[in-house]
Design a protein around this ligand. Structure first.
Ligand code: NAG
Ligand code: NAG
Length: 335
């Protein structure tokens, strides 16, 4: 509410600004997920609901088993050694979001894209049970699932996996699962985290321990597609991409609850891994340029959103346009 008010005032004060004021999402529904206290910081009493540790599964896929997963168990060395886990290959960990599960579209499409390009150890975190409760409980469960993932990563390190080879990718609440896991890994920092429209509701900017931020890995990239509503609008990583301004997405229609825009983040990312057409983005002067205009003219510097390779050493706020339907990438069409 404060943000909307602020935006409204600013837009009136500054002239000649092109701003497609976003239509508000269903206010009643938003209030039901946003107006509750944030999760308590780690170290305090934690609440969680409706799951046991054994409900969180780590599912391995490789080119040897692209469709049928093998379950890896924390601290079970012989199980790891007898699986298809290949110590010479890099590790991608995929964490889905609220109301989703391990065989949902987010981990599936990204797994498929990665295995198409290269042989990797893809580990899907199935936290379907703790994620399929009401939003309030699900967001409390995030911290617990993050801790379980931390233990699992500590186990992999102990077995000889280098944190330099680990890339964590999370969508929605899953972005905070991987953020928390990254922050607490014993021999961190892990190499890279990609946050796909990290969830906003219940996660406040102030409480860094309970959400993804740039200290959770050596390199943190974020794609914002429903910012300010279901996703975080403010930059959280070293690199923050704002497709179509980062709030509403073309092809999503009225998108009453913002779920369509929220899901675009993982669709863009999955496509970017295999796409021959790049998601070329332009660098904004700063977040304010994007925030007040809804787009950026660009500083001349460009960067491709997503893709197979990681943008080590880069930083900044980037804007790009996409198409309204698959394939979404438009190439280098931005100013
Ligand atoms: C794995 O081992 C570590 C270190 O011994 C221990 O702290 C942790 O609780 C164990 N986790 C599981 C799930 O067995
Ligand atoms: C990659 O995708 C192409 C096109 O869909 C498909 O023909 C090919 O079999 C895939 N390769 C692998 C290794 O999955």
């Amino acid at each position: 509410m404060i943000r909307l008010l602020f935006l409204f005032c600013t837009v009136r004060a500054v002239k000649a600004i092109k701003w497609d004021a976003p239509k508000p999402y269903d206010p009643v529904w938003l209030a039901s997920v946003q107006s509750h206290a944030p999760v308590p910081p780690l170290g305090e009493t934690r609440f969680s609901c409706c799951f046991d540790d054994s409900d969180v599964e780590f599912r391995l896929f490789t080119r040897r088993n692209p469709f049928v997963y093998q379950v890896l168990k924390t601290n079970d060395s012989s199980n790891l050694r007898s699986s298809n886990f290949n110590f010479n290959n890099k590790v991608k960990v995929l964490a889905h979001g609220w109301l989703n599960h391990g065989d949902g579209p987010m981990p599936e499409s990204i797994k498929e894209a990665y295995l198409n390009v290269s042989d990797l150890n893809i580990i899907v975190v199935d936290w379907g049970k703790p994620a399929n409760v009401n939003y309030i409980w699900a967001s409390y469960n995030v911290a617990m699932v993050g801790r379980l993932l931390t233990e699992f990563l500590n186990f992999l390190i102990g077995e000889g996996v280098s944190m330099d080879d680990v890339h964590l990718i999370g969508h929605s609440l899953g972005a905070h699962v991987v953020g928390i896991a990254g922050a607490y890994v014993k021999q961190g920092p892990i190499d890279t985290i990609t946050g796909l429209d990290p969830a906003l509701p219940l996660f406040t900017l102030g409480n860094k321990d309970a959400r993804l931020d740039k200290h959770d890995a050596r390199h943190v990239e974020v794609i914002h597609t429903c910012g300010g509503y279901l996703g975080f609008a403010s930059p959280l990583g070293h690199i923050d991409f704002y497709p179509n301004g980062g709030t509403r997405q073309p092809g999503c229609g009225f998108d009453y609850r913002g779920l369509c825009a929220h899901n675009r983040a993982h669709m863009y990312f999955a496509e970017s891994i295999i796409s021959a057409v790049p998601f070329t983005a332009v660098r904004c002067v700063d977040y304010d340029e994007l925030y007040y205009q809804g787009y950026c003219k660009g500083t001349g510097e460009k960067l491709i959103m997503g893709g197979f390779d990681i943008h080590y050493g880069k930083d900044g706020i980037y804007y790009l346009k996409t198409g309204a339907e698959k394939p979404f990438a438009l190439g280098d069409v931005n100013p």
